[in-house]
Design a protein around this ligand. Structure first.
Ligand SMILES: Cc1cc2nc3c(=O)[nH]c(=O)nc-3n(C[C@H](O)[C@H](O)[C@H](O)COP(=O)(O)OP(=O)(O)OC[C@H]3O[C@@H](n4cnc5c(N)ncnc54)[C@H](O)[C@@H]3O)c2cc1C
Length: 182
């Protein structure tokens, strides 16, 4: 088999690259040190959170908006949703690094966030004890994803996409031969 593209590392990022290359008609191969769905990378686990108002920098927000669109597309044709909108509550010092960053991203990109005092946050989310010295920001359009689907797990790929690729892995436990995904 001659491949158009070979991606080394099939965590969330590599798997997404494979998925979109395959969707454009490329014959792709993903290679990883471990078998698909392994738990030794950053993408391990059943779920990951997703949000838009990144505290790190407002420049991330357009990428997050696009990520929401792509997760929504990935959801099509599946019986169970991948995205569960729970909102996200971030708590910290009002003059720290996180909350001002969230508010700046939200302001620049017109995202819906609510600033809450410690008392308001504790009242609305009684499961949390919020110290008086801290503040909170609640972002409504945020939640968690069943992100395991994104990590090269053969059984997770939606058959409806009609995409195919192959994976191969080698680990200390032995090698796993390339197998077709379709
Ligand atoms: C504990 C934790 C919690 C997180 N929670 C969130 C969250 O809730 N929301 C969020 O958005 N982000 C979260 N992140 C960040 C997010 O998970 C990572 O940014 C993302 O998973 C990175 O994906 P990746 O594909 O780049 O890396 P990885 O998932 O680590 O994939 C890299 C792959 O490359 C393979 N590899 C490495 N070296 C080789 C080699 N030499 N040859 C072959 N294969 C190789 C590895 O086996 C692995 O499969 C979290 C990260 C961690 C660690």
């Amino acid at each position: 088999m001659i491949y158009d593209a070979i991606v080394i590392g099939t965590g969330g990022v590599g798997s997404a690259a494979l998925y979109h290359l395959a969707g454009r008609g490329a014959r792709v191969l993903g290679i990883d040190r471990y078998a698909p769905g392994h738990h030794r990378g950053s993408s391990h686990g059943q779920t990951h959170i997703i949000r838009q108002a990144y505290s790190e920098h407002a420049d991330y927000v357009p990428l997050l908006k696009r990520a929401f669109e792509l997760w929504s597309e990935l959801e099509e044709g599946r019986s169970e949703p991948l995205y569960h909108e729970t909102g996200i509550l971030q708590v910290g010092p009002a003059d720290g690094a996180v909350l001002p960053g969230v508010l700046a991203s939200a302001a620049e990109h017109d995202l819906a966030v609510e600033s809450l005092t410690a008392a308001e946050a504790a009242d609305r989310f009684p499961g949390f004890v919020v110290p008086d010295a801290l503040s909170a920001v609640f972002e409504e359009q945020a939640g968690y994803l069943w992100s395991r689907i994104a990590c090269g797990h053969k059984s997770s790929w939606p058959a409806a996409t009609g995409r195919s690729c192959a994976s191969a892995a080698r680990s200390s436990a032995g090698s796993h031969p390339a197998t077709g995904w379709s």
